[in-house]
Design a protein around this ligand. Structure first.
Ligand code: FE2
Length: 244
């Protein structure tokens, strides 16, 4: 008999996504994994949560983390070797998470951007305010043949009372990636509410872990045990599986 109050079973694992496309798993180059042991531990935990493919996305911030494609590729090779030596059954690639500040403009104009499959560029902005040149950056990315993909839109609370801004960004060709952690309340209640609103509006294209450390992993495992989170996520479809 149909039961209106039937609880959605918890997800149990992230195998339905297959690919995680936002995480900080390379050792010692941003605020994620501290060393190679830490990298292997985080990667193992993601594998145990059901991911089969990881695209790690170190920060690129002009002042704090001036990472370059060659630094990132070097660290990726180090991690791939360690994964093989440890016999961990998972595939790992690397892109980057670009902060759209003043330092982004020269990279966009002259540099080689590290991309997710489909020439997608994972971009983030300050949590305080949108960059004055946001629209220009998004337009410029697209004229150069890239597809902008905005990391954790739910965390930009300055858009919370201006929800139409999210629709505008989508209409401008920007894809959205939600942090699964936002649904657990890890970043606070306003972020959780914003995350739910974005999901319910059908605006989210991808789910990401944005995994930096063990505490994040603990909260991700908690998300897998939650029937309310399962209900929210199973009423949406995500494009993670297309990233390979
Ligand atoms: Fe991130």
């Amino acid at each position: 008999m149909f039961n209106l109050f039937k609880k959605t079973p918890p997800l149990g694992n992230f195998a339905f996504l297959g690919t995680d496309m936002h995480a900080h798993l390379l050792p010692g180059i941003d605020d994620g994994a501290k060393d190679i042991e830490d990298s292997l531990s985080l990667i193992t935990q993601l594998q145990q949560m059901g991911y089969r493919h990881l695209i790690t996305t170190p920060h690129i911030m002009a002042d704090l983390y001036p990472n370059t494609p060659s630094i990132i590729r070097g660290k990726l090779e180090e991690v791939r070797k360690a994964i093989a030596a440890a016999g961990i059954d998972i595939t790992i690639d690397a892109a980057a998470e670009y902060l759209m500040d003043e330092g982004f403009e020269p990279l966009l104009e002259e540099g080689e951007l590290l991309t997710l499959p489909g020439n997608r560029v994972l971009v983030e902005m300050s949590f305080i305010s949108a960059p004055p040149k946001l629209e220009q950056y998004l337009f410029r990315l697209q004229t150069k043949g890239y597809r902008p993909l905005l990391a954790h839109p739910e965390r930009y609370l300055f858009f919370h009372d201006n929800f139409k801004k999210y629709h505008e960004l989508k209409e401008r060709g920007c894809e959205f990636q939600l942090n699964t952690l936002s649904l657990t309340g890890y970043y606070g209640k306003p972020t959780r509410e914003n995350a739910v609103a974005l999901l319910k509006a059908g605006l989210i294209d991808y789910l990401g872990t944005d995994l930096h450390h063990d505490r994040h992993a603990d909260h991700l495992r908690a998300a897998l045990e939650s029937s309310s989170i399962a209900k929210l996520l199973t009423s949406n479809t995500f494009k993670n599986q297309q990233l390979h």
